[in-house]
Design a protein around this ligand. Structure first.
Ligand SMILES: [Zn+2]
Length: 669
């Protein structure tokens, strides 16, 4: 026999190699039905044979056999632009399925997600779950790193699961990874290490590149920093000019810059003060913003300061001479260099705030970050309001924009908006209703009577919980000791032991009598825990500051107290309508759980009296602008007040002058 001809079928790479070696050693030529002669004499031949085994598309005869293998496709793309697009991955996988005889029964896709954190990939998790159920036998991928970029040891956790389910990974680039044999596993580990190294390499490259850029005086990210000017140097290192942080100036390529404290001393002082006021006096960002605005300080773009802008300033390490990059930090790809949070490079320039103060401020902000942040448009009664006509929930809504928080928020029955319905769709001003609800809670729930009830209830509960007084517990323990002591007495081996134990027992018995006597008097009652008393006393303070509470807290409190608030519309004969309704507490909250109210209760308080008396004092007709400026109130509030004052006959509207209406006191006419 000179040669062995074999019919090519899919077989395990290592199994086949074993056979080949055997035949080769026997001096036989090996000829495949498709591949022809396989030359195992030199390395090149072996490599060609091996790679043809693992990479060559399985051919006709094989396809017929494997055509029914159910498989799924998994596509992942992180935010890296260099990776193959999902569409390309998909088309490659479809090709792979055609060649390999797989039937794709489902697709799983994770977009914009890094491969180093598999827990954060929802589709990936679903894939693993479905794999365990055994509905498919292969996962088709573009390349192995799509499945995971994790460390091989982390990736092995997934592989074990796949092996148990009899599922293999097949990549368009890199071939098949089977986990049920040693060869497959070794291949998988080696290529997994490659996929992982690549992610580490990418991150290391990015970080060292950044550091170099910063050292060279380039600022690759971010905007100008408030109160830090830029000294610009040209290619020869010559100082060309200093650009204020207020100026927009695009630095020519090749120039470098250095941050220096601004020439605008006022801004620098303001920042220094802000850090100190936060660190020492605990001022909040909004308080500082208010102070800045009062001083007339403008932001770099010339606007007013908002709390958010101040918070941004006070957390910016640029003021201590460090540079932070990747503010919007995306965990995963760079996990090796920055476990959490942005990258920070120290001493990139000279700062003007000392490190200790800065650290204190950061600690304060970290602590505050945990508290509930108030929302601008928090409809705190949501879920509680019911339309009295159609029994549906009423929704809070308003217009967006700067005027929205003044007066345009309301709760309405807005169901079937575009359909005819019998419901007259009541609506109610949100602010007025919210104030009313809060005042009712102040009067009925946080009242002195309730506080007293709560205090006695708490005392009783505290005593019940500790019904076993300390003395009773001591007695119980003592009796247990005596019992054991008596046993020891019986077991005592020497006279000395006997004497010692009986002496101890006598002392314990004495104590027992004493305790019993004290218990008989029955005087020991435990006081309520101090925190509870304090909390109840705190109710008085809470009552005063209820309307300043964070919306989130209020919503939680309402859910505890209020069962529902019903709103009805009556006198439905014109556009002018009146409201009535009732607020219902949970029965255990207060003795009279139903609180009826009318229009007058929930109308927002307006400043019509103030506006009317201003107009009357002016002694002449005024415009709305005059009122706004004199009283310092917003347009909406002025309009509202004028409408009410007109309706009450205190103010009359005159003709338009310069396109503005003028208003005068009724007495002036
Ligand atoms: Zn309705």
């Amino acid at each position: 026999m000179r040669a062995i001809v074999f019919h090519e079928e899919p077989a395990d790479l290592f199994d086949v190699l074993g056979w080949w070696r055997l035949f080769h050693a026997a001096g036989l030529a090996i000829v495949g039905t498709r591949r022809g002669r396989i030359d195992l004499d030199d390395v090149g031949g072996i490599v060609a044979a091996v790679s043809s085994l693992s990479l060559a598309p399985l051919e006709d005869s094989v396809m017929v056999k494997a055509a029914s293998t159910p498989a799924v496709g998994y596509i992942r793309m992180s935010s890296d632009k260099q990776e193959a697009s999902p569409a390309r991955q998909r088309s490659e996988i479809v090709k792979l399925a055609e060649h390999g005889g797989y039937r794709i029964i489902a697709w799983y896709e994770d977009h914009g997600l890094t491969g180093t954190q598999s827990l954060n990939r929802p589709e990936f998790q679903r894939l693993l779950k479905d794999a365990a159920e055994g509905t498919f036998k292969a996962i088709l991928l573009f390349e192995q790193s799509r499945f995971s970029r994790e460390d091989p040891f982390d990736a092995m956790l997934h592989w074990r699961l796949l092996r148990a389910a009899g599922v293999k990974l097949v990549a368009c680039h890199g071939g098949e990874l089977a986990f049920d044999n040693m060869g497959g596993l070794i291949t998988a580990i080696v290529s997994q290490q490659g996929a992982h190294d690549e992610s580490v390499k990418i991150s290391a490259r990015v970080v060292s590149g950044l550091r170099k850029k910063l050292d060279d005086g380039h600022r690759p990210f971010g905007r100008s920093v408030f109160a830090l000017d830029r000294e610009l140097y040209d290619e020869s290192g010559e100082l060309v000019r200093v650009v204020s942080f207020r100026d927009r100036f695009e630095k020519p390529r090749g120039w470098r810059h250095a941050f220096v404290p601004s020439a605008e001393a006022e801004a620098v002082d303001a920042i220094r003060w802000a850090f100190e006021a936060t660190a020492c006096d605990g001022l909040s960002a909004s308080e500082i913003a208010r102070d800045f605005n009062r001083r007339g300080l403008k932001t770099a773009t010339g606007g007013r300061f908002a709390a958010e802008a101040v918070r941004y300033i006070l957390t910016n390490p640029a003021y201590v001479g460090s540079t932070r990059v990747f503010n919007k930090y995306n965990p995963g790809k760079f996990h090796r260099v920055a476990d959490d949070g942005p990258l920070l490079f120290d001493e990139t320039h000279v700062g003007f705030v000392d490190r200790a103060t800065f650290d204190v401020v950061q600690a304060l902000f970290d602590r505050r970050a945990g508290s509930v942040r108030p929302r601008r448009h928090a409809y705190i009664l949501r879920g509680l309001l019911v339309c009295g006509h159609c029994n549906r929930r009423m929704r809070g809504h308003g217009t967006c924009g700067p005027k929205a928080n003044r007066s345009s928020r309301r709760y309405s029955c807005v169901h079937d908006e575009y359909q005819r319905s019998d419901c007259p769709k009541p609506r109610v001003d949100a602010r007025g209703l919210e104030r009313f609800v809060l005042s009712v809670i102040q009067d009925r729930v946080f009242c002195d009577e309730n506080r007293e009830r709560l205090r006695t209830g708490a005392l009783e509960a505290a005593n019940e919980k500790n019904s076993e007084s300390p003395e009773a517990r001591q007695l119980r323990e003592l009796r247990h000791k005596i019992e054991r002591g008596t046993q020891n007495l019986a077991l005592a081996e020497s006279d000395d032991d006997f004497a010692a134990v009986s002496k101890l027992l006598a002392a314990w018995r004495e104590d027992e009598q004493l305790l019993l006597k004290r218990l008989m008097r029955g005087t020991s009652r435990r006081p309520a825990p101090a925190e509870l008393v304090e909390a109840i006393e705190g109710m008085a303070a809470a009552r005063e500051h209820l309307d300043e509470a964070a919306p989130g807290h209020l919503v939680a409190m309402f859910a505890q107290l209020i069962a529902r608030i019903t709103i009805r519309r009556r006198n439905i004969y014109s556009r002018a309508f009146k409201l009535e309704g009732e607020m219902v507490f949970h029965s255990e909250v207060c003795s009279e759980p139903v609180v009826p109210f009318t229009d007058a209760d929930v109308t927002p308080s307006t400043r019509w009296r103030e506006v009317a008396s201003f107009i009357s004092d002016a002694g002449q007709s005024v415009t709305r602008r005059d009122i706004e400026e004199a009283l310092g109130i917003g347009t909406d509030a002025v309009n509202n007040a004028l409408r009410l004052a007109c309706r009450r006959g205190l103010v009359t509207k005159g003709g338009p002058t310069n396109r503005r209406f003028r208003y005068s006191a009724a007495a002036l006419r």
